[in-house]
Design a protein around this ligand. Structure first.
Ligand code: NAD
Length: 441
C-alpha cells in the first residue's frame, strides 16, 4: 500500500486517484474547487465516466479515497504526489504551465527533509517541464534531497478511462533517480500484471512521448478526413477505402473513422502545443500545421451542405442536433464539433434543439436559453427542419426511423458520423448527407 496525493481532481485526477485506491493504495485527492470537493466528500461523483462511480463509492466507503481543498493537509505523510492539473493553451498556443508551477511553488514551501516525496507530472506538459518544476520547488525553499521529479504522462481515453487506467497499453515513466524508479515500478505493478510494458526513460523523452502520441492520432484522423473529402469528389466510398487500408497491420483499423473533426480537451491543445514547442527551437512542424488547418475546416464541413439543401437561407429554420459531447460516453464538451455547428447555425438565424445522453448540463451552462434541450432524442425532432448528427452515441445507431419520419418536417439528415447504411436511407426516401460517401437524395 502506498500513500498517494493527487493534486487536481478533474477527469485525469479523479480517475487516477480512484483507480490507485482500487488497487489498495490510500489516496487523497486535492482540488481548489471548493464546490467540487464538497460534492465529492458527500459521496457524489463530479464527472460522467463509465464504471467510475462504482469504484469511487466503494473506495470512499472503505476509507481509501478522501478529498480536501488543503494542499498541506492533503500531502501530509504521503510518499507520492501526482500533479493532474490543467495545461490549457496559452495565447500563443503553448501549454500554459501556470497551474503546475503555482502548485510547485506551494510545494517548495511545504516539503521538508525528513519526508522524501516523489512528485509526479501526470499532466501533459512540454519537454523541459520536469526541470522547471524541480527548479521552482527548490527556489521556493525545498532542499533537492527531499524530493524527486518523475514524468508519468497519462494515456487514458475519456469514455473508457477506467479500463485504460486499470489495464494500460503501456506505462511511461521518465525518471532521473533510481529510488523513484523503484517506487513508481511498485505502484504500477498491479496494473501491468498481464504483461503490458512499463517503459522507463529520461524525463524529456517521456514528456515528448505524450505529445507525439496525441499528435499522431490527430494526424491519422485528419488523414482519413481528407481521404473522405477526396472520395466525395471522385465518387469513391470512404468506408470501402478505410476497410481496404485498415486491414493492413501497419495502418490498423482504429482511428480511421471519418467525421467532423477531432475535438476534446486533449488533441486540439496538444497538437497546438507541440507545434509551438517545435517553433520555439526553430523547427517548423509542417504536418501538424496542416492537421490543425484541415481539422478546423472539417469541424464546419456540414454547414455549407445544410445551406445548400435550404437554398442558402436557414434563418428561422429549426435544426435538431443529436450528440453534443466531443465523443460518445463522456459529458466533456471541450472543443466539441457540435458547439461550432451550433454557433454557426445560431449566427445564421436558425434555431437549435439538441439532445445528448450525458452532456446537456455542460451545454446548458454554456448556452443558457439560446438553444433548446430535449428530454430524449425523438423529442428534439418534433417539427425540426432537419437532423444533424454530431456524436456517435450508441443509442443513435439503430433509431426508430418511422418515428423519426413522423416527427421531422423534412426527411433530411446531415450525419457527421456516418451512422447509417446508404441503402437504408435510400429505401426510407431520406435526403442523407454523410462524410466521404454518396449523398442520398
Ligand atoms: P480538468 O480540467 O478536468 O481537471 C483539472 C483540475 O485541476 C480541476 O478540477 C481544477 O479545479 C484543478 N486545479 C486547478 N488548479 C489547482 C490547484 N492549484 N490546486 C488543486 N487543483 C487545481 O483537466 P483534465 O482533463 O483532468 O486534464 C489534466 C491534465 O491531464 C492536462 O494536462 C491534460 O492534458 C492531461 N490529460 C487529460 C486527459 C483527458 O482525457 N482529459 C487524458 C490524458 C492526459
Amino acid at each position: 500500500m502506498k500513500k498517494i496525493a493527487v493534486v487536481g481532481t478533474g477527469y485525469v485526477g479523479l480517475v487516477s486517484g480512484t483507480c490507485f485506491a482500487e488497487a489498495g493504495n490510500n489516496v487523497c485527492c486535492i482540488d481548489i474547487d471548493v464546490q467540487k470537493v464538497d460534492k465529492l466528500k458527500s459521496g457524489q461523483i463530479t464527472i460522467y465516466e463509465p464504471g467510475l462511480e462504482k469504484l469511487f463509492k466503494r473506495n470512499v466507503s472503505e476509507g481509501r479515497l478522501t478529498f480536501t481543498t488543503n494542499l498541506e493537509e492533503g500531502i501530509k505523510g504521503r510518499e507520492i504526489i501526482f500533479l493532474a492539473l490543467p495545461t490549457p493553451p496559452g495565447e500563443d498556443g503553448s501549454a500554459d504551465l501556470k497551474y503546475i508551477l503555482s502548485v510547485a511553488a506551494e510545494l517548495g514551501k511545504l516539503l521538508n527533509e525528513d519526508d522524501f516525496k516523489v512528485i509526479v507530472d501526470k499532466s501533459t506538459v512540454p519537454v523541459g517541464t520536469a526541470d522547471l518544476v524541480r527548479k521552482t520547488i527548490i527556489e521556493n525553499g525545498a532542499s533537492p534531497d527531499c524530493f524527486d521529479i518523475v514524468s508519468n504522462p497519462e494515456f487514458l481515453r475519456e469514455g473508457v478511462a477506467v479500463d485504460d487506467f486499470m489495464k494500460p497499453d503501456r506505462v511511461v515513466i521518465g525518471y532521473s533517480n533510481e529510488k523513484s524508479k523503484t517506487i513508481m515500478g511498485e505502484l504500477y505493478a498491479p496494473f501491468v500484471r498481464q504483461g503490458n510494458p512499463v517503459y522507463y526513460m529520461d524525463e524529456r523523452s517521456a514528456e515528448l512521448t505524450k505529445y507525439a502520441a496525441n499528435s499522431f492520432l490527430a494526424t491519422k484522423i485528419t488523414f482519413i478526413n481528407e481521404i473522405a473529402r477526396l472520395c466525395e469528389i471522385l465518387g469513391a466510398d470512404v468506408d470501402m477505402v478505410r476497410f481496404g487500408i485498415g486491414s493492413d497491420d501497419r495502418i490498423g483499423k482504429r482511428f480511421l473513422f471519418p467525421g467532423i473533426g477531432y475535438g476534446g480537451s486533449c488533441f486540439p491543445k496538444d497538437v497546438k502545443a507541440l507545434v509551438k514547442s517545435a517553433s520555439d527551437v526553430d523547427y517548423n512542424f509542417e504536418i501538424l500545421k496542416a492537421v490543425m488547418n484541415v481539422n478546423a475546416e472539417q469541424k464546419t464541413i456540414l454547414i455549407p451542405r445544410i445551406l445548400g439543401y435550404f437554398d442558402g437561407n436557414i434563418s428561422g429554420r429549426t435544426f435538431a442536433i443529436w450528440g453534443l459531447a466531443f465523443k460518445p460516453n463522456t459529458d466533456d464538451i471541450r472543443e466539441a464539433p457540435a458547439l461550432e455547428i451550433i454557433d454557426d447555425l445560431l449566427s445564421k438565424g436558425a434555431n437549435v434543439v439538441a439532445y445528448d445522453p450525458e452532456a446537456m448540463e455542460n451545454v446548458k451552462n454554456l448556452y443558457g436559453d439560446k438553444i433548446k434541450l430535449s428530454n430524449n432524442q425523438y423529442e428534439a425532432l418534433d417539427g425540426a427542419d432537419a437532423l444533424i448528427i454530431a456524436t456517435e452515441w450508441n443509442e443513435f445507431r439503430t433509431p426508430d426511423f418511422d418515428k423519426m419520419t413522423s416527427l421531422l418536417k423534412n426527411q433530411a439528415i446531415f450525419d457527421g458520423r456516418n451512422l447509417y447504411a446508404l441503402d437504408t436511407m435510400r429505401k426510407l426516401n431520406y435526403y442523407y448527407s454523410s462524410i466521404g460517401r454518396e449523398i442520398i437524395k
